[in-house]
Design a protein. Structure first.
Length: 368
């Protein structure tokens, strides 16, 4: 049994914890910006393959107080690194430090790398480690002088599903799009419409959720190259995930004013295997009629960070309020970084939820 940590975007700790509980994983507990759980190699594989709203799955090697570089060095050196990292394993280091005496991240990286090299060198009776084998990415977090050291089992972050090699400006991270669809309680029974689809992330994530298709089926993970979790475990967990898929007739609509964006979104949906589930169209959200009698709108309309772009975005929100805002039979979930969105839209939201699109603070404005 191991302890795992799942970092996630701020605001998505609850959805990520709920997902892990539905996977029957143990000791799930949400914290600020991350979720912890316990499990074996099967749990590691299941979380990587099936998790929609987490960023990666880290195996916790240990934790200790680190107010000095000597304490950091000795703490890392005491960890059972040779139980996980073989003699030829690559073990680069990255991480962060917040509100701690050890505030220099490059210095922390250097100390942790040196301590790990000493410990592994002692374990393998080697003065030099080749680092020519599989990647064992070491990660650290130091928060209020408490250090935790992890191994990254994921590799490329979980939001990189593999279906979106291209993107348009200001893309929405897949994990956030999946969370928005989840907040809208979309399960594939009703219609869903994204009138600002861009590269198609929201409708694609909605289609994957409607099918109950695990987002990690088409990709590989760092831990697959390790001996920790046998290949048969990964195969079994993927087969189990496939057995839980649904097959139905879904009413998912995606439109955008930009023909190139729509073409890209259509291609991304094809790569994701859900092209048949989404109806794409080139249309202006300010004048397009609703594509179905009723349903749920989930969208990420443009928002500008520079003054001129922001003025254009504010004008767009006013126009949206005069069109989309009057669709009484459609629930609406609109994410925006504009603090005055509700006034511009012309309606107070039923509920607002603070989320982060990368480093940009946003609010999910919910109308139902």
């Amino acid at each position: 049994m191991f302890e795992f940590v799942v970092p996630c975007l701020f605001g998505l700790e609850g959805p990520a914890a709920d997902e892990l509980r539905r996977m029957d994983l143990e000791n799930v507990r949400a914290e600020n910006g991350r979720v912890r759980f316990s499990g074996d190699g099967d749990a590691c594989a299941r979380a990587n393959i099936c998790l929609r709203t987490g960023e990666r799955v880290l195996l916790r090697l240990g934790g200790f107080e680190a107010k000095t570089f000597d304490a950091l060095f000795e703490g890392v050196k005491a960890l059972p690194l040779a139980d996980f990292i073989p003699r030829d394993g690559q073990f680069p280091v990255k991480g962060y430090s917040l509100d701690s005496a050890l505030h220099s991240v490059p210095d922390c990286q250097r100390i942790i790398k040196k301590a790990a090299a000493v410990k592994l060198g002692q374990a393998y009776r080697a003065q030099w480690l080749p680092e020519t084998g599989a990647l064992y990415q070491l990660q650290f977090s130091i928060v209020k002088d408490q250090a935790e050291i992890y191994l990254d089992t994921t590799g490329a972050p979980l939001f990189k599903r593999g279906y979106r090699p291209g993107h348009v400006a200001a893309p929405l991270r897949e994990t956030l799009a999946a969370a928005m669809v989840g907040f809208a309680r979309y399960r594939g029974r009703d219609a869903l419409w994204d009138p600002f689809c861009g590269s198609g992330t929201i409708p694609i994530e909605a289609a994957l959720m409607a099918r109950n298709r695990a987002p990690g089926l088409a990709r590989t993970f760092a831990a697959q190259a390790w001996g920790l979790v046998p290949a048969a475990v990964w195969d079994r967990e993927k087969e189990q995930a496939r057995s839980l898929e649904y097959h139905g007739d879904y009413h998912i609509f995606a439109s955008d004013i930009d023909p190139k964006a729509v073409a890209l979104a259509r291609e991304n949906a094809r790569r994701a295997g859900v092209g048949v589930d989404i109806t794409f169209s080139v249309a202006d959200a300010r004048s397009m009629p609703a594509p179905w009698e009723k349903g749920v709108i989930v969208c990420n309309p443009p928002y500008g960070e520079r003054m001129l772009e922001r003025q254009e975005a504010q004008a767009l929100y006013r126009d949206m309020g005069r069109t989309l805002g009057r669709l009484g039979d459609w629930k609406q979930y609109i994410i925006s970084s504009e603090p005055d969105f509700e006034r511009l839209y012309g309606r107070p939201a039923t509920k607002r939820r603070k989320l982060y699109n990368g480093m940009i603070q946003c609010y999910l404005n919910m109308y139902y």
